[in-house]
Write a protein that binds this ligand. Structure first.
Ligand code: ZN
Length: 200
């Protein structure tokens, strides 16, 4: 007798979709899918509508590639921010992480990834040309390279430094104390604050 029990097809489809989220395996995906089944229709409709419209509402900032509703993000649009300082990050979510620490008041530049030969990700796949153009045209005096302390993050930081050989201002990277191999996203706030203060 075949005792293998599977969820109904529509639930299975939902599980497979949730499984594509970063860090979510089958077990967690199944738990989330069954959790959703137990929610009321109002919540589910709201969630579905938000997911449905997110791609049309949210885009990349024309200046820094942060996520934005509209052409320019709230940071580039903020006149109180220090426009002479650029903090270079891998992903837009890294900005949120740094903003929570409240140690930085300049602008950002999102690379959109890292240089990673294993994934065939090259410098030209990142927003590096745009970064160099900004540094030339925006009178930048201070550059902070805030890539993750991973092999790929370090390689990317090194490449950017090479490209900035002629830059006359100040270039620093986040101080160590960040555990090697950790993505910036997962670094706790105190460690990140210390890394900002101990820039080199
Ligand atoms: Zn922006």
């Amino acid at each position: 007798m075949n005792r293998k029990i599977t969820p109904p097809a529509s639930v299975n489809e939902l599980i497979e979709d949730i499984r594509q989220f970063p860090g979510v395996g089958r077990k967690t995906a199944t738990r989330y899918a069954y959790w959703l089944i137990n929610q009321d229709q109002t919540y589910l409709t709201k969630l579905a509508t938000e997911i449905h419209k997110i791609k049309t509402l949210v885009r990349q900032c024309r200046i820094c590639y942060n996520t934005a509703e509209g052409e320019i993000c709230s940071i580039c649009n903020n006149e109180i921010r220090d426009t002479g300082s650029i903090c270079i990050v891998e992903y837009a979510e890294d900005i949120l992480q740094i903003e929570r620490t409240e140690v930085y008041n300049g602008r950002y530049h999102v690379l959109g990834g890292v240089i990673d030969p294993l994934k065939a990700s090259q410098p030209e796949d990142l927003h590096i040309t745009e970064l160099l153009h900004r540094i030339k045209t925006e009178h930048i005096q201070d550059i902070i390279i805030a890539t993750s302390p991973t092999a790929q993050g370090d390689r990317t930081a090194q490449y950017i430094r090479q490209q900035l050989k002629e830059f006359k201002g100040n270039i620093s990277s986040l101080g160590r104390g960040l555990a090697n191999g950790t993505l910036l996203e997962y670094v706790d706030q105190d460690t990140l604050i210390a890394a900002f203060k101990n820039r080199r």
